[in-house]
Design a protein around this ligand. Structure first.
Ligand code: AKG
Ligand code: FE2
Length: 398
């Protein structure tokens, strides 16, 4: 989740396109730090930046002085490609980060001209990368529900279409020296991130079990109590630095921990999307967000609210079971991919859980779970699943 305080962000949501802008209200309110010492070692530098308020001017000044030299200690593999030609194969199972120097072949359209005159038409003008169109869970759901709505004209389906979470396109405006602190994108969504103007620097660490645990602890911090050591410090040996210049596009899979520095005024078009293949991790992060919301609801010094999370995540999961998974399982009862999804849903979905803007009543949720159980083969455990003679996974084009 992204936290407002440290990232200095505001958001406006004009229709579908989310606009995020970074600014520095605090610039100039801090006394000048002495950042001139030429022989500051890596350790001294880390010690100092860890203690400064993240994103405030003294931090930024000192950070940018040595970030290139000192903030690249990890070994996260990322691939750099000239362009997106044949990229669906290049991404493979999309377990690693990819940087495309040119947009050709990505199937993505980003208008050259982004300004006050064109901003109203931006949502329409931006076309998502093929990979997102083919694999996004929300895109798939919109397709299925959209078709059903065309047939039936049902008000209920219309309501779902109208309140479908829309995080697949955002416009992000950041002033030079903006900074977004360590986080995982909400609900462990994957992201495409195209720098239109300016430059961005990402520092990334992999979603290993150990790192996820450290992140969970860090996120559950309660305002007013002393926060654990800055995660940037804790994971210091792992950060891999990825610079993204104008015209380049980053594609980052689910769960990568990252923080971001903006060395020049910057315009970015990007989008977050959910994928079947990362269902488990998406649930893990969504549950973390739910527990943080709960924690902060009960604490007077609330640290995050719903707008920092993927609003409607549970709605999308219920609807995916109802409109996609159950019909698919009826048609293909032996598809391993579908059975695995079903197992995760049965483990993670709870009919008693209420969320704001619920699409389903408790009774409806119970009925969905019963129906899912009814169409799942009897798989008592994972080993049993491995032994079943299941059909190989086939990619279903949308
Ligand atoms: O560009 C930035 O500063 C932050 C980008 C990012 O990681 C996000 O929006 O989740
Ligand atoms: Fe992010």
């Amino acid at each position: 989740m992204r936290q407002m305080e440290e990232s200095n962000m505001t958001r406006i949501e004009p229709m579908e396109l989310e606009i995020v802008s970074h600014f520095h209200p605090e610039a100039g309110y801090y006394p000048e730090e002495d950042t001139t010492s030429p022989q500051m070692t890596k350790e001294e530098w880390l010690e100092k930046i860890s203690k400064l308020k993240k994103g405030a001017l003294p931090f930024i000044k000192l950070f940018e002085k040595h970030e290139e030299e000192y903030m690249n200690n990890g070994s996260v593999r990322f691939h750099i490609w000239e362009d997106g030609t044949g990229y669906l194969e290049k991404l493979g199972d999309f377990s690693e980060i990819h940087l495309f120097k040119k947009t050709k072949g990505l199937g993505m359209v980003i208008p050259e001209d982004i300004g006050f005159e064109t901003i109203g038409k931006l949502d329409e003008a931006v076309k998502l990368p093929h990979f997102v169109l083919l694999n996004s869970m929300i895109r798939r759901l919109e397709g299925i529900i959209g078709d059903k709505f065309m047939e039936s004209g049902s008000e209920n389906l219309k309501k779902k279409l109208e309140s479908m979470p829309s995080y697949m396109k955002f416009l992000l405006l950041s002033m030079k020296n903006s900074y977004t602190d360590v986080h995982i994108d909400f609900s462990a969504t994957s992201v495409f991130y195209h720098v239109h103007t300016g430059r961005k620097i990402f520092y990334v660490a992999p979603p290993t079990e150990e790192n996820l645990k450290a992140y969970e602890e860090w996120e559950r911090w309660e305002k007013g109590t002393e926060r654990e050591v800055w995660l940037g410090k804790k994971l210091f040996d792992q950060w891999t630095r990825i610079e993204i210049s104008a015209g380049q596009t980053l594609m980052m899979p689910s769960g990568f921990i990252h923080f971001v520095f903006t060395p020049e005024d910057c315009v970015v078009i990007g989008g977050n999307f959910l994928l079947d293949r990362f269902l488990k991790l998406q649930f893990r992060l969504s549950k973390l967000e739910e527990s943080c919301l709960e924690l902060y609801r009960t604490s007077p010094t609330g640290q995050i609210n719903e707008t920092h999370t993927f609003e409607g995540f549970r709605n999308v999961m219920w609807a995916t079971i109802e409109f996609y998974l159950i019909p698919q399982l009826i048609e293909n009862p032996k598809k391993k991919e579908l059975i695995e999804m079903g197992m995760i849903f049965l483990e993670e979905m709870n009919a008693g859980q209420r969320i704001s803007q619920d699409w389903y009543s408790e009774e409806e949720k119970k009925a969905i779970l019963e129906k899912l159980k009814g169409v799942m083969p009897r798989v008592s455990n994972r080993r049993h699943l491995e032994n079943l003679a299941l059909e190989p996974v086939a990619k279903k084009p949308k």
